[in-house]
Design a protein around this ligand. Structure first.
Ligand code: UFG
Length: 327
């Protein structure tokens, strides 16, 4: 069975990717420094603890496991933190990405799947974002991801690296089997924060800004179920194995929901009150990020199956009530 080196495999999206890779007949090798991930989430293949900023750690993982492909999830990913501490994002995301790409080539592995983001587009007057839209990131998180996209193009030209880039919209939900889920400490993402409020683990939720140019004044995002998202990664890997080449795909549903609408859906799904109040805007937030692309469907055959807000919140809520990780 082919091995796939999954950086960030102990994190939220990476752990779900490991599960679908295992189910698709691969051996997912998690490479993670556990700075934000959880060893408890590594359930579907071997664990190699290491840091992308230490090239020797990456070399050791390649030598031990000889993976035939890399899926690169490991990154810091909080927009607010990226605004206040850009150096952390450039050092880790950019520096770690460069080390990983160079190591991948040095170990003669040529298939690379990269976890990028719609944050590379930035605000574009509310237009639906397809892969042709110019990339104008508004924060160091989006900028560091875009830089790795550029890096991949350069290394592809010089060293025949084949890559698929996925630009995610907002990922939510959890494994419907309840084996793994979303668990950050501290938590900053909308859906788990709402569920913390529902479960009385926090007083309520502060909505970051009520004066955006949207129908209810709150930011609009395109939410995609984590299982649908990682399914696309397996399709992307197969595309690389069969075709060789490079391609960028957005992963979103094309439907946007405001923060207020997500709160309203959570109230219905959990049948509990969600205390909320409007607070100041969060620096770096875009008004509206909604995917306008069908490319992943047309070229990879990807169809989101679970990406309704109800389904995402229901799966997240099930995990929230039963699952968590311990350091
Ligand atoms: N929000 C609140 N209150 C909170 C938390 C979030 O109002 O307590 C709002 C945000 O302002 C935003 C929306 O909920 O409008 C979603 O915020 P998240 O922090 O959940 O997600 P982001 O949109 O900031 O970022 C996420 C991922 C990024 C990814 C991006 C793409 O963290 O990795 O989606 O939009 F790039």
């Amino acid at each position: 069975m082919n091995k796939v080196l999954v950086t960030g495999g102990a994190g939220y999206i990476g752990s779900h990717a490991c599960k679908v890779l295992r189910d698709a007949g691969y051996i997912p090798v998690t490479f993670d420094n556990l700075s934000t991930g959880w060893e408890d989430a590594v359930k579907f293949g071997p664990f190699h603890r290491g840091d992308l900023l230490n090239r020797a750690d990456i070399d050791a993982a390649f030598l031990e496991h000889t993976p035939t492909a890399v899926m690169h999830f490991a990154a810091f990913s909080q927009v607010g933190e990226a605004m206040s501490n850009p150096g952390k994002y450039w050092r880790n995301n950019f520096g770690g990405g460069l080390n990983l790409i160079e190591a991948t080539i040095a170990h003669e592995c040529r298939n690379f799947v990269f976890s990028s983001t719609c944050a590379t587009y930035g605000d574009q007057d509310g237009v639906e974002l397809d892969e042709h839209c110019p990339q104008q990131p508004q924060n160091a998180y989006g900028a560091s991801k875009r830089a790795i996209e550029d890096m991949l193009a350069d290394f592809s030209a010089s060293d025949d690296l084949n890559y698929v880039i996925f630009r995610y919209f907002n990922v939510a939900g959890a494994d419907p089997d309840g084996e793994i889920g979303e668990f950050h400490q501290p938590e900053t993402h909308l859906v788990p924060i709402i569920l913390d409020a529902v479960a009385d683990k926090r007083d309520g939720i502060t909505v970051f800004g009520g004066d955006y140019d949207t129908p209810d004044g709150t930011c609009i995002r395109d939410y995609v179920h984590v299982m649908d998202l990682v399914d696309a990664h397996v399709s992307g890997l197969k595309w690389l194995e069969e075709r060789k080449g490079n391609r960028v795909f957005n992963l979103g549903t094309g439907s946007g929901f405001s923060v207020r609408e997500v709160i309203d859906h959570a109230r219905v799904v959990t049948n509990r009150d969600v205390p909320w109040k409007i607070g100041p805007r969060r620096s770096g937030d875009c008004t509206k990020l909604v995917s306008g692309s069908r490319r992943a469907t047309e070229e990879l055959g990807w169809e989101p199956r679970l990406s309704t807000l109800e389904e995402m919140i229901r799966d997240a809520w099930r995990w929230h009530q039963t699952g968590h990780y311990e350091k």
